[in-house]
Write a protein that binds this ligand. Structure first.
Ligand SMILES: Nc1ncnc2c1ncn2[C@@H]1O[C@H](COP(=O)(O)OP(=O)(O)OP(=O)(O)O)[C@@H](O)[C@H]1O
Length: 366
């Protein structure tokens, strides 16, 4: 595997000021974007470290792409700043920033072969021919496509085209690579294969990746850290584990994983405290024996199964609790499936899996 160091600046970058040592790869401060009356981004503050695989996860219209476009320089913020390597680039043109973008639709030139597509950016920058060829070959080797150099994009699969788009960005050796739903056009199997591959390539080249997706599994699988977007704001930034196990809001609990909240009368009766609690479905066990008592450190509640969702490897049961409220429990589809008489069941989980959702913060700006 050829490793292209992000510190090896390309020829055209040599005159640019060096980034400040120890500065984060990206710092966004008070970043806001209005399109007329539409507030797309409401004030984002975040720092992304060198070499991080950082995902922006959120529903459609939550502002992820707009933030990416402001980092790339395609959109000018209404207020706030974008710093790359400690240098304020807010008002610089896209080509003056040490970032490259890979879009969902790849945007390959159909009349050029793979090698020419990858070399294109270097040709525009007037990089000499021999170096162009060497660097394109190196980039194609990184994405494992060196044997496909002579093919046209139309002769490639979706996953291969995606890798050409990636090679075309990597060949510029940017400090930061911005990826806007790059796997969105692929079917599920290929998408999962590419997730593993993309993460491996990111580790190999060590470039900071900013990855936009609305797919929670993708973000959880690939990222070092995730920012969860909602309505133009970041609701939570954390490692996949933090975001999944300790959601900072009911929105995050619902968007990342299956929403399973207990509040009001149900929470008081079952957990013994008021408030809203998130309990992940896979932490809850189903016990057909209603008469068993909870062990120390456990919580238990009886209820009736109101729906069963079969998903092949797992089965999800929706249970209406006698104490009030509803919870889902997931179990593996094994031979040891409990027989539930009349749909009556006891749910059991460990106390530490009750995660209290912080009370909703008041949003101050419009
Ligand atoms: N050029 C524009 N003019 C007006 N409104 C815009 C423009 N670009 C984006 N918006 C609006 O800003 C909001 C955020 O859009 P954005 O594309 O950033 O969301 P997103 O989270 O990337 O969504 P998706 O996952 O669907 O791409 C949306 O309400 C969108 O309609």
């Amino acid at each position: 595997m050829v490793v292209m160091s992000p510190n090896q600046a390309p020829a055209t970058m040599e005159t640019e000021p060096k980034p400040r040592a120890g500065a984060p790869a990206i710092r966004l401060s008070g970043l806001r974007k209005e399109f007329g009356p539409v507030v797309a981004v409401r004030g984002i503050d975040v720092e992304i470290a060198e070499g991080e695989f950082f995902s922006m996860l959120g529903p459609s219209g939550s502002g992820k792409t707009t933030v990416l476009r402001m980092i790339a320089g395609f959109d000018l913020p209404t207020s706030g700043t974008v710093e790359l390597g400690g240098r304020d680039v807010t008002r610089l043109a896209p080509f003056e920033r040490d970032v490259n973008t890979v879009f969902q639709d790849y945007a390959l030139f159909p009349h050029m072969n793979v090698q020419q597509n990858v070399e294109y950016g270097l040709r525009v920058k007037r990089v000499p021919r021999a170096e162009r060829k060497r660097r394109a070959t190196e980039a194609l080797r990184t994405v494992r496509l060196e044997d496909f150099a002579a093919r046209k994009p139309s002769q490639l699969s979706g996953g291969q085209r995606q890798r050409v788009a990636l090679a075309r960005a990597l060949v510029n050796r940017p400090r930061v690579l911005l990826l806007d739903e790059p796997l969105g056009a692929l079917d599920l199997k290929l998408r999962q294969a590419m997730q593993t591959e993309l993460k491996q390539i990111q580790r190999d080249v060590g470039i900071t990746f900013i990855f936009v997706t609305h797919d929670q599994d993708e973000a959880l699988t690939m990222s070092d850290r995730i920012a969860v977007f909602n309505d133009g704001r970041i609701e939570q930034t954390g490692t996949p584990n933090e975001v999944y196990e300790h959601p900072a809001s009911a929105f995050v609990a619902g968007f990342v994983g299956t929403s399973n909240l207990l509040s009001g009368r149900g929470a008081e009766a079952v957990i013994g405290h008021s408030g809203t609690y998130s309990i992940r479905p896979e932490k809850i066990h189903l016990d057909p024996d209603l008469s068993s008592a909870a062990e120390p450190g456990e919580v238990s509640a009886t209820g009736t199964v109101t729906a069963t969702h079969y998903a092949g490897a797992t089965i999800r049961y929706v249970v209406s609790l006698d104490a009030g409220g509803q919870l889902s429990a997931v179990r593996q589809n094994s031979d040891r499936a409990p027989e539930l008489a009349d749909g009556r069941v006891r749910l059991v989980w460990r106390q530490e899996h009750n995660f209290r959702i912080p009370d909703d913060k008041e949003h101050t700006d419009a």
